[in-house]
Design a protein around this ligand. Structure first.
Ligand code: ATP
Ligand code: MG
Length: 246
């Protein structure tokens, strides 16, 4: 059971990278893919139709608590419903978080969801969590731990600083992080020394460079589903990342 989480500011390539990690891992074991972005970007990229979202489920229960059948604990009901909302294939199951909660008291349901994750995750060899830029779910600590936390940045000093702040936030909210890795995505050449320095200053011990890849740009013009071949520069970087983390 290995939990891999990704975070980073908007549009830096989290879902692009997450989708190819899910693909790469799916031939090595069972994967729970968690799309924690309200725009359900990851689902599109891995080509899954979404059934329902955790956000919808949460709203339904809050609106009508009587939905929980008598004789069933709320906790069990939430667990069953979460499983019903999942899209399942042979090696990958997808869970979509959907939109974050609105006003009102969501304490119970959030704690039920946390327990749900704790119960679900050990059923899979790998869990991959694609966080949204704002990291609402993360700050509500739905995710208990991340064995590997990938912070994705664009190739700018400012972007790397932001990634450093996000990694601090993840620690502050109490997520147990095993290993932190910075991914500098969209590089058009070698990693500039200034960016390596910025990474070290932001507290990253491990940094990986991911190239800007024309294959991704062209693929996006044709389809939402993304399958990056291993022999492209980006595919090669994904392979190296997987070698490093599993
Ligand atoms: N290495 C790359 N080479 C070329 N294009 C890329 C690369 N990485 C990402 N992109 C493109 O950049 C755009 C944003 O990528 P993506 O949706 O993965 O970012 P994100 O961090 O998940 O964004 P959001 O915060 O909106 O969820 C997409 O159009 C994607 O195709
Ligand atoms: Mg995304």
């Amino acid at each position: 059971m290995t939990i891999i989480a990704l975070a980073g500011k908007g549009g830096v390539g989290k879902s692009t990278i997450a989708s190819q990690i899910v693909r790469g891992l799916s031939v090595r074991g069972t994967v729970l893919a968690v799309d924690a972005d309200p725009n359900s970007n990851l689902s599109d990229k891995i080509g899954f139709e979404t059934k329902g979202t955790i956000g919808e489920l949460r709203d339904e229960i809050i609106a009508d608590p009587a939905k929980v059948p008598s004789g069933m604990s709320k906790q069990q009901y939430v667990y069953d419903q979460v499983q019903r909302a999942m899209t399942e294939t042979d090696s990958v199951d997808l869970l979509v978080m959907g939109r974050p909660e609105g006003e009102g008291c969501y304490c119970f349901i959030n704690s039920a969801l946390k327990e749900c994750f704790v119960k679900l995750i050990p059923n899979y060899d790998f869990t991959v969590v694609d966080n949204e830029a704002g990291m609402e779910h993360m700050s509500r600590k739905v995710l208990p731990q991340a064995d590997i936390f990938l912070f994705v940045s664009d190739p700018t000093v400012t972007g790397i600083k932001t990634a450093g702040r996000l990694s601090q936030l993840a620690e502050e909210v109490g997520i147990e992080i095993g290993r932190k890795i910075l991914i500098v995505n969209n590089l058009t050449g070698e990693m500039p020394v200034k960016l390596s320095d910025a990474a070290a200053e932001a507290g990253f011990g491990e940094t990986l460079a991911f190239p800007r890849d024309i294959f991704i740009t062209e693929s996006a013009m044709e389809s939402e589903v993304l399958i990056v071949p291993c022999d492209t520069p980006f595919g090669e970087s994904v392979r190296k990342l997987l070698e490093l983390i599993i």
